[in-house]
Write a protein that binds this ligand. Structure first.
Ligand SMILES: [Zn+2]
Length: 165
């Protein structure tokens, strides 16, 4: 498949998509708030300026776009083929920066949760909420966790299985 857009035009389109996608972040905030979590937003003093910070739980949350942050194995992360050479280094830089930010946060004793935009579909919000709750409320759990579409679907399927029993 060839990309019909020039790389500049594609850049513009991708940026537009990203700004529309403040939506997943708003969805995540609502779920957390409904669960009684209180948080701060876009904390500049922390590495990577995390989207959501829960001081009480020493946990930070990034709501990441699957393309910009290259969600592994996600269909939304696939590069436009004709401009792959243009995108690859750009996205690789994003990924590298992410890894450095997560490491710095971990070094400061914070736990990091990455919620991928593909996990923020209306249909799967309840699962997303349950998974976030589980991670946040378990301070002795893993220091890093990602929730994407496959994680929320796995939980949904497990619940369906239980209901079927
Ligand atoms: Zn994804």
């Amino acid at each position: 498949m060839t990309d019909v857009f020039t790389s500049e035009k594609r850049s513009q389109i991708m940026r537009a998509i990203v700004s529309e996608d403040t939506k997943p972040e708003v969805a995540v905030r609502r779920l957390l708030f409904a669960d009684g979590f209180r948080f701060r937003l876009h904390v500049r003093s922390l590495p990577g300026k995390p989207d959501i910070v829960l001081p009480k739980w020493r946990t930070v949350i990034f709501v990441n776009g699957c393309f910009w942050h290259q969600h592994r194995g996600c269909p939304r992360a696939v590069l436009p083929q004709s401009n792959a050479d243009y995108w690859r280094p750009k996205l690789a830089r994003n990924q590298k920066r992410d890894q450095e930010d997560y490491a710095a946060l971990a070094a400061s004793g914070r736990r990091v949760l990455v919620v991928w935009e593909c996990a923020c579909k209306k249909k799967t919000l309840a699962s997303l909420q349950a998974l976030m709750r589980r991670f946040i409320r378990d301070p002795h759990g893993p220091a890093f966790c990602e929730i994407g579409r496959s994680e929320v679907l796995a939980l949904l399927q497990a619940q369906d299985g239980e209901r079927a029993l």
